[in-house]
Design a protein around this ligand. Sequence first.
Ligand code: AP5
Ligand code: MG
Ligand code: ZN
Length: 216
Amino acid sequence: MIIILLGPPGAGKGTQAKRIEASRGLVQLSTGDMLRAAVANETEVGNKAKEFMDAGKLVSDDVVIGIIEDRIAQQDCEKGFLLDGFPRTVAQAEALDEMLAKKGLKVDAVIEMKVDDEALIDRIAGRYTCAECNAGYHDTNLKPRVAGVCDSCGSTNFIRRADDNRETVVSRLEAYHAQTAPLLPYYREKGVLKTIDGMADIDDVTAQINQVLDAL
Ligand code: AP5
Ligand code: MG
Ligand code: ZN
């Protein structure tokens, strides 16, 4: 099964992708996480991507398409995968369709997570993750069971993303509306677009996604 989670920054793509990965064995492929790892390791790709990410702008299509092409060739993707943050432009969507067609595959569903812009800013401002295992949390919406201790791995080290500040969020939202929203009609025409209410609470959103996946 090949599923795309589509939604603006802070919509909950990463939060839900981790849950679906755990419950259904579909690998989460987050281009944002891959790019952040490349930046941290100061690779050639990371050094190229950093200034775009810091400014809240999209990294060039050829860079992210190359990353995804290499990643889906790996064995753990054979049973299917869940794309989180890719594609983000029509050119990326066309490149994905081509890559998949070569393997006799296609996108099974694109799940649009609809959330109001005002709610997104609050979600992003409160977000942090475990520095060890990357589990995601939020200052008010999703706290660890024991304050200051990661539920998943017990670490007490947490980090906030460099691009989670008010100015960068505004640019990221602009990039979403200008460059990524055109994917909605693109996938609607192909008959694979499913829209869910991303304003609901986290468990409810998971239930809505499961309903879509069960119906496929
Ligand atoms: P990326 O890492 O993909 O960031 P993004 O799209 O801006 O999305 P986020 O990760 O911020 O949000 P999310 O939807 O995953 O939300 P989350 O689940 O964490 O990309 C970063 C950058 O990399 C881009 O700006 C770009 O430069 C580059 N890039 C990446 N991919 C690219 C591509 N394909 N092409 C070009 N450039 C690319 O949730 C947010 C918070 O809200 C969390 O704290 C969570 O606990 C909370 N929350 C989640 N769901 C709910 C809910 N239902 N109710 C209340 N709170 C909730
Ligand atoms: Mg994310
Ligand atoms: Zn952890």
